[in-house]
Design a protein around this ligand. Structure first.
Ligand code: FE
Length: 391
């Protein structure tokens, strides 16, 4: 038996934050990141709406980027004291991810990270509270996914939590929040969304339920990302929806090795931290060349759907890779790891390690083509030097 799960309700459109005034409940905790939502006035607005709904609200602020175990436990403690019936998280991926994990420890204070590290092993939530996610960036789609990543800084381990229990009940997609994104973040998060949709479409777990979401998302990213990057707010709104469609696809179909590779290379090089979406954007065309041996038809479907020309699937795969490369150029994203600025000697020192780690990543299992450590090393070298993948 298979399962397809997305939030029960989505509210979207300019000003949809206003939905907060329609909530039924007594108490809410609003989980926030570093302060941009406050600065732009969205926290005050949210508090006003919640007051109108007769809901008493407290704030939990300053969730850091890549949220820590400590922050999650602190948040859970605040929830245990205040006993909210709504958990509302607003901001980028980090506060929303953190709030999802806090929710688990609020409802089950006796549980531990070790207990929930096994995917899809969570206890049943919603005994105490329901969950609303309000994203301010357009990429991670954590507002509709079953995932959360929490870091244990004491041992450098990232806990990728996965369970449909933490899929939010309500997602509010108010594009006014996304208008605050700087251009580079818009480019990186947009390419992250494209990667989610492409990987979900070719995943071994793709389904008739996820395919249309992935295809439509890909079409919308290609249509709207460049203008959104240039600051066109109508396009920015469409990107906010496109990334959410991609999220609905990949929370159910999972991802592939572009993400495995990005996860293990983001923070490993002393000569450069590679932002998640930027890493995905660089790796995607090379991974498509590698995966095409098994998934040529699926990539061909994508290319046909967005109107690319080619007589065979092989030609369409080339056209799709060219299109992605073209977008990277337009968005100021480098085409190779060398161009990104990773120093060659450090890359060569670490390529075996990152290859081994990437193979172990949770996203590798649903990639359409199996890959060995030595093939992964070759693939990384193609990405470093900008060589065509022909194995
Ligand atoms: Fe991603």
């Amino acid at each position: 038996m298979k399962r397809f799960t997305i939030p029960r309700d989505m509210y979207y459109g300019k000003g949809s934050l206003e939905h907060l005034k329609n909530l039924d409940g007594k108490k809410a905790i609003l989980v926030l990141g570093g302060g941009s939502m406050k600065r732009f006035g969205f926290v005050d607005k949210a508090l006003e709406y919640l007051k109108e709904a007769g809901i008493e609200t407290i704030l939990f602020e300053n969730v850091e980027p890549d949220p820590s175990v400590e922050t999650v436990l602190d948040g859970a403690k605040a929830m245990l004291e205040f006993e909210p019936d709504w958990i509302i998280s607003m901001g980028g991926g980090s506060p929303i991810d953190a709030a999802k994990a806090m929710w688990v420890f609020y409802e089950y204070p006796e549980t531990s990270f070790e207990d929930i590290i096994q995917p899809f092993s969570f206890p049943t939530l919603r005994k105490k509270a329901r969950f609303i996610a309000i994203p301010s960036t357009s990429g991670t789609a954590t507002e509709v996914t079953a995932f959360s990543v929490i870091t244990d800084y004491s041992n450098g381990v990232k806990y990728p939590l996965a369970d449909f229990n933490i899929t939010p009940d309500i997602a509010i997609l108010d594009p006014e929040l996304a208008e605050t994104m700087p251009a580079t973040l818009t480019a990186h998060t947009g390419m992250d969304a494209l990667t989610h949709a492409v990987e979900a479409y070719v995943s071994t777990l793709n389904s008739p339920f996820t395919d249309p979401l992935a295809l439509k998302s890909i079409e919308m990213v290609f249509d709207y990302l460049p203008a959104s990057f240039e600051g066109d707010m109508e396009a920015r709104e469409q990107m906010h929806y496109a990334q959410c469609l991609a999220g609905q696809a990949f929370t159910n179909a999972l991802l592939g090795i572009v993400h495995s590779m990005a996860h293990k290379t983001g923070a490993i090089f002393d000569t450069g931290h590679i932002p998640h979406g930027c890493a995905n954007a660089i790796y995607l065309p090379y991974v498509i060349q590698f995966n095409a041996k098994n998934a040529e038809k699926r990539y061909g479907d994508i290319a046909r759907y967005i109107g690319l020309q080619g007589d065979t699937d092989a030609e369409l795969v080339v056209a799709l890779c060219d299109k992605i490369t073209d977008y990277n150029k337009k968005l100021g994203i480098p085409l190779t790891l060398k161009e990104f600025g990773i120093v060659e000697s450090e890359f060569l020192d670490k390529v075996k390690l990152i290859s081994e780690r990437a193979i172990e990543d949770a996203c590798t299992g649903s990639n359409p083509r199996e890959i060995s450590v030595s093939e992964m090393e070759e693939l990384f070298k193609c990405i470093y030097y900008g060589k065509k993948v022909d194995f």
